[in-house]
Design a protein around this ligand. Structure first.
Ligand code: HAM
Length: 416
């Protein structure tokens, strides 16, 4: 029989990876906790309706990438493809509008998208996310952007660029879309056939095409940033002013589009040139209409999410500390097994990091193993009634102790 493998696009987090992830989690906690963001976790699956309404029926995520299933009782559930809609659902469900606003939340959770797997793109992946719900201010957007920059910096993500834009309101966007579509149809001669075929489906894509003729034509295309309503333009100017004051570099990118429908006003994306094709390491923006879309009263909000695997791929070395071992409990003979077991248990109860022999090695083998795991001391337990050989693994010195003194001796610590 052939062995079963993990599904395509998924991966195992092995111990060395888990240690790097723990460092990242700790840094995210420090950066976001210090700014008053509190941790939230929502369920792995939600009502499909939440994403259809929240992320948007016409997005690639909802159209092609969701893992949707019937729960056996006729309800359609979906493995969460992203975290913003679930956090907004939780905000509404738990009456968080009654708390001091904005409610600032962060998460580190797994997400699921049926995308074509490649380096940095998986079907199950993790995100660190931050959401500030209940404030319309440009300060909230700028603070969020700076927090993500800080996180990427503390994790050591290299060669980071920030792209920034504003999408205005949905009404401005709809008008702009018509204007851009009309422009593209009027200039079809200068566009590649592929771009022409997608004009009505997704006119913004024309900005990304890299054939010379299309790129030249698009230089005269109208830009959404030039069409913002005065209040939106002012909001965006304030975000930029705050980023400038904080000396946070960014590139204005009027063609920045995000793959989710809920954005309004500020949008941003951090990319790392240290990554290959999947260079987007984190992104987000303001989503003032989402809570209302989900059945709440109009509530402004803003946030971001950053991919854990992409951050780790782009990060430098993270200082992963090896798990220390204070005491290894070895057995001098098979009759010592119960005494050794009891001593290891007591040592852990006393707060020591203690391991014991579990593989039936010879005494010599046990000492070699204790050395391999980095044990500071080894207790060699004899048969009932006999003492314990107590070895300092740094100096190699060994003395005889009574079993009941071993723990105090390790706690005291100094070499023999
Ligand atoms: P997103 O841009 O779809 O935004 O995803 C955020 C980040 O998640 C990406 O920049 C990338 O690092 C990572 N990511 C996305 N898909 C994959 C994948 N298939 N494999 C590995 N990593 C991936 C959102 O999800 C929004 N909810 C962000 C947000 C929060 N906006 C407002 N608040």
């Amino acid at each position: 029989m052939s062995a079963i493998q993990a599904p395509r696009g998924t991966f195992d987090v092995l111990p060395a990876d888990a240690a790097r992830r723990a460092v990242l989690e700790d840094r995210a906690h420090r950066v976001l906790g210090a700014a008053g963001y509190a941790r939230i976790e929502t369920p792995t699956f939600e009502a499909t309706e939440l994403f259809a309404r929240g992320v948007g029926e016409s997005t690639d995520i909802v159209q092609k990438e969701m893992y949707t299933f019937d729960d056996g009782g006729g309800r359609s559930l979906t493995l969460r493809p992203e975290g913003t809609a679930p956090v907004c659902r939780a905000y509404l469900e738990h009456g968080m509008h009654k708390l001091a606003q904005p409610v600032k939340l962060w998460y580190l959770s797994s997400f699921y998208r049926a995308e074509a797997p490649q380096r940095g793109r998986y079907r199950q992946f993790w995100q660190v996310g931050a959401e500030a719900i209940g404030s319309p201010s440009a300060e909230t957007d700028a603070e969020l952007i700076l927090l993500l920059a800080e996180l990427l910096g503390t994790v050591g993500v290299r060669e980071v660029r920030l792209r920034l834009s504003s999408l205005g309101t949905p009404a401005t966007r709809a008008e702009y879309r018509e204007e851009l579509t009309a422009f593209l149809h009027a200039h079809e001669d200068g566009l590649s056939p592929e771009v022409v075929s997608r004009i009505d489906l997704n006119p913004m894509r024309a900005f990304d095409a890299d054939d010379r003729s299309t790129a030249a034509t698009m230089r005269d295309a109208p830009l959404l940033l030039d069409r913002l309503a005065p209040a939106d333009a002012e909001h965006f100017a304030r975000v930029r002013e705050l980023l400038d004051a904080a000396e946070q570099p960014y590139e204005l990118d009027p063609t920045l589009v995000r793959g989710l429908d809920y954005y309004a006003r500020t949008v941003f994306e951090f990319a790392s040139d240290a990554l290959g094709a999947q260079s987007g390491v984190g992104g987000g923006g303001r989503y003032d209409g989402l809570i209302e879309q989900l059945g709440g009263s109009p509530t402004p909000a803003s946030g971001w999410a950053a991919g854990v695997e992409r951050m780790l791929l782009a990060a430098g070395d993270l200082p992963v500390a090896a798990e220390a071992v204070d005491l290894f409990v070895a057995q001098a003979a098979p009759e010592a097994a119960s005494g050794a077991f009891a001593l290891a248990h007591e040592a852990r109860h006393a707060g020591l990091r203690a391991q014991m022999e579990l593989a039936g090695r010879s005494l010599k083998g046990q000492l070699r193993h204790a050395d391999r795991v980095g044990a500071r001391y080894v207790a060699i337990v004899g048969p009932p009634g006999e003492g314990v050989g107590f070895r300092d693994m740094e100096s190699g010195d060994q003395t005889e102790l009574e079993a009941r003194s071993v723990i105090a001796r390790v706690l005291r610590g100094s070499s023999l």
